[in-house]
Design a protein around this ligand. Structure first.
Ligand code: ADP
Length: 342
């Protein structure tokens, strides 16, 4: 039993939390000991204070004061001893309390750090997993081609085309990963922004894809100006428009609208596409989450990073991004931008 406790304590002290707890404990004990020494020195000094004035003392006792002096010295020694014992008890108590308190403090300090490290580890592992898929495809295709004795021009072209396709996917993925990592750090530049102009800018990126699917993109935007970071607004709207087009069927319709509410402007992107199941909605803003993987992976390119980037930017700007959807009929994504705060 006690062996078990010793082993567990040793293991704990080897962890990061254990190191920190040990540091906290050393600080607590160093402070307690220093205070005890100072208190003892000051009190000791006071006990040894000479009895003054000697003459008054003698006159009261009538000459010989040796007995009284011995008695007082004895009392001072006893008091010093009592103080020493008291301080020793206090230090032992502080040591016991210090063990509990330093472990508690170390755990509280390390909790958010360890959570962040765990999240980072998960991110790296998810990212590596996603990167491996196109890389494995590239490797396999090229290895198969290399094993063949002869390769025709048409086959070489086909291989080159497949390589370009996979490289394009890798490029898109690395760009998204970089976007995700930098989006919560990029500096914020506030200036008056015309919502119509920002949306037009975002639309220019998706117009080609919309035309290819014969999707009508309608904007119902009143003339609103808000003070915000134009680049970040364009980025978020672009992600929402990109998804609206991607998850819409041919000949679909996407509507982008804005309205002024008390203390905020609400911008919304509505499509009449595939929609999102209610159970998926709470997760779609998480990194690498793709609703209904089989359906999405087969029919729509993507890595589940767009909405995570949109959310990170929105959090940084103090906007609230949300989604409502009717599975099979379409979705609406809204960004609520506080006016005067952003
Ligand atoms: P990606 O589109 O690359 O998969 P996102 O982070 O942009 O990644 O979106 C996460 C998931 O949310 C998508 O896989 C999709 O299932 C769902 N989603 C996002 N926007 C829409 C939309 N407008 N209509 C339907 N589903 C959507």
């Amino acid at each position: 039993m006690s062996n078990n406790i010793i082993i567990r304590t040793k293991d704990f002290l080897k962890t990061r939390t254990g190191h920190l707890a040990l540091t906290y404990f050393a600080i607590i004990m160093a402070m307690t000991i220093v205070f005890s020494v100072v208190i003892f020195a000051i009190a000791s000094n006071q006990f040894d204070r000479p009895l003054q004035p000697r003459t008054t003392f003698r006159s009261v006792l009538g000459g010989d004061d040796t007995y009284v002096r011995d008695l007082l010295d004895q009392r001072a020694d006893e008091a010093r001893m009592g103080l020493l014992v008291g301080l020793l008890i206090l230090n032992t108590g502080m040591a016991l309390f210090g063990v509990w308190f330093s472990v508690y403090l170390a755990r509280r300090t390390m909790e958010p750090i360890e959570q962040a490290m765990e999240e980072q580890g998960r991110f790296v592992s998810d990212a590596s997993h996603e990167l491996r898929t196109p890389l494995t495809a590239l490797q396999a295709m090229n290895e198969v081609a290399l094993r063949r004795k002869k390769i025709t021009d048409a086959e070489a072209r086909e291989l080159a085309q497949a390589n370009v396709t996979e490289a394009t996917k890798l490029h898109a993925l690395t760009t998204s990963l970089l976007g995700l990592v930098t989006s919560d750090r990029a500096p914020v530049t506030l200036k008056p922004v015309d919502i119509q102009a920002a949306v037009a800018d975002a639309m220019s990126y998706v117009v080609g894809a919309a035309q290819a699917k014969h999707i009508e993109v309608e904007d119902k935007l009143p003339a609103i100006r808000i003070t915000t970071d134009s680049e970040k607004l364009v980025h978020v709207v672009r992600i929402l428009l990109d998804n609206a087009v991607k998850y819409s069927n041919k000949n679909g319709k996407v509507v982008i609208a804005a309205k002024e509410l008390p203390h905020m402007v609400r911008l919304s992107v509505t499509d009449n596409g595939v929609g999102i199941q209610a159970a998926d909605i709470p997760h779609i803003f998480s990194r690498f989450y793709r609703a209904d993987a089989s359906r999405s992976k087969e029919q729509h390119e993507g890595y589940g990073l767009g909405l995570a980037i949109a959310k990170t930017i929105s959090d940084r700007m103090g906007w609230k991004i949300s989604a409502t959807s009717k599975f099979g009929s379409g979705s609406t994504f809204s960004i609520d931008m506080p006016v005067g705060r952003n």
